[in-house]
Design a protein. Sequence first.
Length: 369
Amino acid sequence: MPRYQTEPSYTHGTPAKTGILLLNLGTPDAPTKQALKPYLKQFLSDPRVVEIPRVLWWLILNGIILQTRPKKSAEKYASIWDKHEGSPLRFHTEKQAKLLQGWLGERVKSPIVVDYAMRYGNPSVDSALARMSEQGCDRILTIPLYPQYAASSTASALDAVYHYLLSKRNQPALRTIRHYHDDAGYIDALAKNVQEYWMRNGRPDILIMSFHGVPRYTLDKGDPYHCECHKTGRLLAEALGLTKEQYRVTFQSRFGRAEWIKPYTAATLEELGHAKTRRVDVVCPGFVADCLETLEEIAMEVKNDFLTAGGGEFHYIPALNENSAWINALGEMALTNLNGWVSSEWDNAAVKADGNASQQRAIALGAKQ
């Protein structure tokens, strides 16, 4: 028999609420070696992230990586940590959740709770789902904040949600968003973000669209990630009016010795530096919130690679973060996937419009008769 976890006391007749859970990758609690070790252990112990035999990987992880990497990672996090708000990934995700709550509050009549969680670190998926349960959410829409689907990101985040529900007696109805790499609102938000940056800072010779990398074998095993990144890149280039010579799609954050999908971002920027490229701008469409991979790896490390190789100007274009076009796109995606669960002002307007149209058709038909 299953052993269910203790759940909030339930009162029959309690008004139901709908929950929306934003899921992001994760962050340590502090930029210290002590905080990085448990965070990295949780992250790198996920079989979705590292797909090699468990026994071999356990020896490598515990015998080598966790003995050396926490200190190096802590130094990187310290370089981008905000003294007042802490982890950029966490505070941007938290702000997105609050803005989405406000956006929906202006449009949806049904009671909605918007929260966020990190797949690794805090706030955990379990804690966020528990809060939603306590607030009476019996329907939950989960939105992994990964525009392009990958087993190591999207599937892993949803694994955590499903695992939590295994121990629940009174499970909520669940909907998930698989990806939105070609969503019109998302592409529009990306394009406006880049255009606004260019209006303030001028345009580059080449725009680099850098996505998080994944091992090459994931493509061979069937992950659609590589193709979805390229489609995002193509749609963004079209929205910006760029020719094929004016942009490149690359992949960053390579880890280990295995081959990852190419071209690599760092190598591409070195190549452009050696070619004495006057100005390069880098945008990271796969990250909807700035984090270590954008603020440290791209805006610091890769920038240095480009300049050291002889390049001219380097500009990093910030992620979508709290951009109003992005919050609007996120809200519209949520409304589309909440269809039938909530009643919105848009629904009422559509019904009224349909009713008026039907009445006009009936009058016109009567006149003809």
